[in-house]
Every structure is written in structure tokens, then in C-alpha cells.
Design a protein around this ligand. Structure first.
Ligand code: PAZ
Length: 334
């Protein structure tokens, strides 16, 4: 396991420490730590200039039972994270992609979504061989080349998680393992992380029963769920886990347009990191706002460029529009 971080008094510093004490290490943590350590070491040894990005992506679950049948989830398909990871790779970064298991992945995302079934891209030749249909050849060739380049140069490490606890343990370990990378480390936190959880000592062991047959809360016909707040790990990440001088970018998702900018500013002020990228649930594919200490900067995709296959902020690069008031996007077209 990665070393604990202590302050000058010698005790573990962050408000999150109780959380880590009260929850067991995820099963796959030590395996993921070895993979990440090896990945980071490889890049430090082979290219002293190489930047390394930790990209987080997808939702986090909050189990309602220890033997989990039911859980609460956060909205996220993983489009933003997977798309952004491709752009970081293209820009020369090595990427550790900490993602929700079965969410979208860099490169395969172009063909694996339910609306983008890979079989729809296939055809049969006259001699019975299965081929990529003619009209998709050039795009698939481009995606395949990028994927093979990332793979053969060991530039992409995929690490899956499922629960919010797994996510937090994994992120803490990765941040600590990134110390030798120093200022060339980037944290790009696009995952949708639950703000609430059920502490282990209040969690049912077995499937909660809807009517009788169970114990305690589970025997009621009405299910009342009592959630605790997740510790504010972003502050701890910035202050204690991440290497000094690394860049930390977080995302803020809101549904109320009147809250987005103030909540993103509040987050930047509270956690003192580099950038908050704000987006609204309904318009996230067409516009985002970049909040830095000195600036509020909207990036929008012109209506003519919006399409069903458009996937997020990374595809918006170069399409900046700095007007203060967001233009209402035509979501029907998207
Ligand atoms: O994964 P996706 O493309 O469907 O959605 C991306 C997103 C909206 C989850 C992401 O851009 C984001 O805002 N993440 C942070 C969510 C939060 O405030 O917890």
C-alpha cells in the first residue's frame, strides 16, 4: 500500500483519514498500485520529459448492502473522461485512466456505446469475410492507429473501480505514487463522485427485504436511507496527496444554471486547485465554463458543429466563445 501522508505533528492530516480507517482496502488496490508504480517508473526512466495525467471517469456507486444487490449511482457514462484521455494521449501525455468498470474507454468508446454498436460498422465481403464497412474505414483506421500507438508505447493504463470507497482509495494511492513525477503530474477529475455514503457499521449485510423476513430497517415496507457526507477529499488531495506543483483540474456538474458558476467558484476557492470546469447536465456536450482564480471563460460548440456523435469538452478545443451569458443550445439537434 502507498505510504500514509502525515503533517508536521506526525498524525494523518486530512479530514478523510477516519473514512480510510473505517473502510477496508479494496481487493484490487494492491494489484492496481503495483501496475501504476510500474507504469510511472517506466515513463520516468524512458522519457524524463513525459507528463503523466490521472484521468478519472464515470460514476461511483454507493452500496446499500454489504452483499450488494442495490446501490445508489451517480450520473456519468464516461464520455467526458474517455474523450479527454484520447486528447491527452495525442498531446503526448501518458494516462492512467481510473474509470468506473464498464463505462466508456478511450478509443473503444467510438464503437462500444449502445447507440454505436460495433456490429453496425461491419460488413461481409463477397468471399464471406467480415470487414469494416467501406464508409467507416477511414475513421476506424485513424482510431485503430491511435489505439495501437498508445498500446505499443505503454501510454495508457486502465484501472477500474465500482464503489465510491474504491474510487477514493485508488485516487489516494495514485496521487501518492505520482510524487516522483512532480510538476509534470496532472489530475483531471471528471468522475462523478457521490457526496454521500452509508458507513459500514450501518450497512445491512444481506439484501434489504421489502416486506418482513429481514432485520431492522430492511423489514419495513418503506425504505428510509440514512447517508453520511463523504469527506472533502479534494482538499486533502491538493494539500497532501498530490505532488507539489502538480496541476489539479476538477469538474462540477449542476442542473440549475443559476448555481453553476457560483458553485464552481466556491469549489476553486475552497480547495485552492488550478481549474474547475463547470457543466450543466442538459448542455454538457455543447458548453462548459472554465473557472480559474482570475477568470470565467465559456467554451461553446457552435450549433452547426453539434451532432449525435459529438462527445464533450475535449472536442471543443479551439471553439472558444467568451461571452458571459450562455446561448441556449439547440438540444433537439444533439
Ligand atoms: O461521463 P459523461 O460524459 O456522461 O458526463 C461527464 C460529467 C458530467 C460527469 C463530468 O463532466 C462532470 O461534471 N463530472 C463531475 C461531476 C460532479 O460534479 O460530481
Amino acid at each position: 500500500m502507498a505510504p500514509e501522508v502525515h503533517d508536521h505533528t506526525g498524525s494523518e492530516v486530512d479530514g478523510a483519514s477516519e473514512y480510510f480507517k473505517n473502510n477496508p482496502d479494496p481487493k484490487q488496490l494492491s494489484k492496481h498500485e503495483s501496475l501504476a508504480k510500474e507504469f510511472i517508473q517506466y515513463h520516468l526512466e524512458t522519457d524524463s520529459e513525459r507528463r503523466i495525467a490521472i484521468v478519472t471517469s464515470g460514476g461511483t456507486t454507493v452500496p446499500l448492502e454489504r452483499q450488494t444487490v442495490r446501490f445508489i449511482d451517480n450520473f456519468s457514462a464516461g464520455t467526458r473522461g474517455a474523450t479527454s484521455a484520447e486528447y491527452f494521449l495525442q498531446a503526448g501525455y501518458a494516462v492512467i485512466f481510473l474509470h468506473r468498470q464498464f463505462s466508456l474507454l478511450p478509443y473503444s468508446r467510438h464503437y462500444s456505446h449502445s447507440t454505436n454498436c460495433f456490429l453496425d460498422f461491419m460488413d461481409e465481403s463477397s468471399d464471406g469475410r467480415v470487414l469494416v464497412a467501406e464508409e467507416y474505414q477511414s475513421k476506424m483506421r485513424r482510431v485503430l492507429k491511435q489505439y495501437q500507438h498508445a498500446k505499443s508505447n505503454r501510454l495508457l493504463l486502465l484501472l477500474p473501480y465500482t464503489t465510491v470507497t474504491e474510487y477514493l482509495f485508488e485516487l489516494r494511492s495514485l496521487a501518492q505514487l505520482m510524487h516522483p513525477v512532480g510538476e509534470r503530474a496532472l489530475f483531471y477529475l471528471a468522475a462523478a463522485v457521490s457526496d454521500f455514503f452509508i458507513p459500514l457499521d450501518r450497512m445491512e449485510e444481506h439484501k434489504i427485504q421489502s416486506r418482513g423476513g429481514g432485520k431492522g430497517q430492511g423489514s419495513s415496507t418503506k425504505l428510509v436511507i440514512d447517508l453520511d457526507p463523504i469527506p472533502k477529499f479534494l482538499k486533502t488531495l491538493v494539500d497532501n496527496w498530490a505532488p507539489k506543483g502538480s496541476m489539479v483540474v476538477s469538474f462540477k456538474l449542476e442542473t440549475d444554471p443559476d448555481l453553476l458558476v457560483s458553485k464552481a467558484q466556491q469549489s476553486l476557492h475552497r480547495y485552492q486547485h488550478d481549474l474547475v470546469i463547470g457543466n450543466l447536465l442538459t448542455t454538457r456536450k455543447w458548453e462548459v465554463v472554465f473557472i480559474t482564480r482570475h477568470d470565467e471563460h465559456w467554451i461553446r460548440v457552435p450549433k452547426a458543429r453539434r451532432s449525435k456523435s459529438f462527445s464533450g469538452v475535449a472536442d471543443m478545443v479551439g471553439l472558444a466563445d467568451t461571452k458571459r451569458e450562455p446561448e441556449q443550445p439547440d438540444l433537439e439537434g444533439g
